[in-house]
Ligand binder design. Structure first.
Ligand code: CA
Length: 244
């Protein structure tokens, strides 16, 4: 295994103090950040540097944010783009969404919320990539933003779930496994398959790991964890997730 590469974030923003603040805070989170101070430079950096996420201002010198977004989307439908706009105008938001923006935040923004959204977008990109890998090996992953079953509600955007034990925050690994289960609803899945699909590659994990996750899921989502109705064991097979 090669060392984990830093995720690259391109910030296209002409207000220097905002750009610098963003760079500082994202660097502290372990991201590799580059700043482009106008639209032309932004597009050039996007092509040459191939970032994992773009943070895009709308009012920019040379080429405005919407035109940049349009150009990017013609060539790349998957790269996550977060618009950071001074204008809280809903028209802008709608326009951004129409052009394929993934998220939208108006300035001034809350730093914590901003970092959370960045993290989610970066994860989303990783999922697309994992999903591609998984599709090759025949595993489907749930792609929606949220999912309901019984009295449970899972929000895949914020990682929050409302469930039998109240409101909880799920871990990334729990989210991956839940996406797998949901996409394969009603289909029995072996521990080995869950392990390979959920963890992507076999490392120092045993099939016991999967059992531990199931114990947790039952505690979270089952009214009676000892008598599960959603995360059901299949003797000599593994597990099946099912509901009406
Ligand atoms: Ca600006």
């Amino acid at each position: 295994m090669e060392a984990i590469e830093k995720k690259r974030i391109l910030v296209i923003e002409d207000e220097v103090h905002i750009a610098d603040g963003i760079r500082l805070n994202l660097s502290l989170q372990g991201y590799h950040v580059k700043i482009a101070i106008d639209g032309l430079e932004g597009l050039a950096q996007w092509r040459s540097w191939k970032p994992d996420l773009i943070i895009l201002d709308i009012m920019l010198p040379m080429i405005d944010g919407f035109s940049i977004l349009k150009t990017i989307r013609q060539e790349d439908e998957k790269i996550p783009v977060l618009i950071l706009s001074a204008r809280g105008d809903t028209k802008d938001k709608v326009k951004g969404l129409r052009y394929g923006v993934d998220d939208y935040l108006s300035k001034p923004f809350d730093l914590e919320e901003f970092l959370l959204r960045v993290e989610r977008l970066i994860k989303k990109k990783t999922w697309y990539e994992d999903d591609k890998k998984n599709r090759k090996s025949g595993y489907k992953m749930f792609k929606g933003d949220y999912y309901d079953f019984g009295d449970n509600h899972i929000d895949f955007v914020t990682f929050k779930a409302r469930c039998a034990v109240g409101e909880i925050i799920l871990t990334e690994q729990e989210i991956v496994l839940l996406k797998l289960f949901i996409a394969n609803k009603g289909k029995p899945m072996s521990r080995e398959m869950l392990l390979t699909a959920g963890w992507g590659y076999s490392r120092d994990t045993s099939t016991r790991t999967v059992d531990n996750f199931i114990v947790r899921f039952r505690k979270y989502f089952e009214k009676k964890p000892k008598k599960p109705v959603y995360f059901i064991s299949r003797r000599s097979v593994g597990y099946v997730f099912d509901h009406d």
